[in-house]
Write a protein that binds this ligand. Sequence first.
Ligand code: AR6
Length: 185
Amino acid sequence: MKIEINGNSLELMIGDITKQSTEAIVNAANGTLMGGGGVDGAIHQAAGSDLVEECKKIREEDLDGNYLRTGKAVITKGYNLPAKFVIHTVGPVWDGNKQSAKERLVHAYNNSLKLAMENRITSVSFPSISTGVYRYPVQLASVVAINAIIDFLQNNTFGKVVLTLFSEKDYQAYEDALKKKLSNL
Ligand code: AR6
């Protein structure tokens, strides 16, 4: 499904984000930035070990050795990936607190999009942040993600945003959320 918003496009598709050739892809990372399972593991594997080296440097030099906080985002090169850049963000771990999880997930999407714009990137792919290892229910996270992305596109001249979902079930949740949002615009 593909729609136009304020001269920008938003597309939902099923696929592997490591194969995406948008200028940037977003990684659902953890605060260590050292890789992990899920989409993070797949991105590090496909990008090669230069990626973790750049992440180490960011931790040491930009974050003073600290973890990247939930909702924040940083950017690296894409190395062996088709995408030129990787934007690493940390989504919230689902703890049953709907409101606080929602705020932190909105930050993760917004800060990733802002960082892309600051770097003059005009196309970016997102995975379904937080709905794997971090257990955020996809029916809820999809509504939050769609609202955050659409609000951003309504207020900015950006380009293209793709949501690359990893299963038919996830795609369905995002498509339902998008259709609902469109009927209320
Ligand atoms: N392409 C697109 N989506 C994918 C891919 C892929 N190649 N692989 C998995 N997904 P998760 P989180 C989907 O667990 O919940 C990591 O260990 C997956 O099916 O990757 O934000 C990090 O290091 C799910 O729908 O991220 C953190 O510790 C979605 O990506 C933690 O997991 C997100 O699932 C982050 O957890």
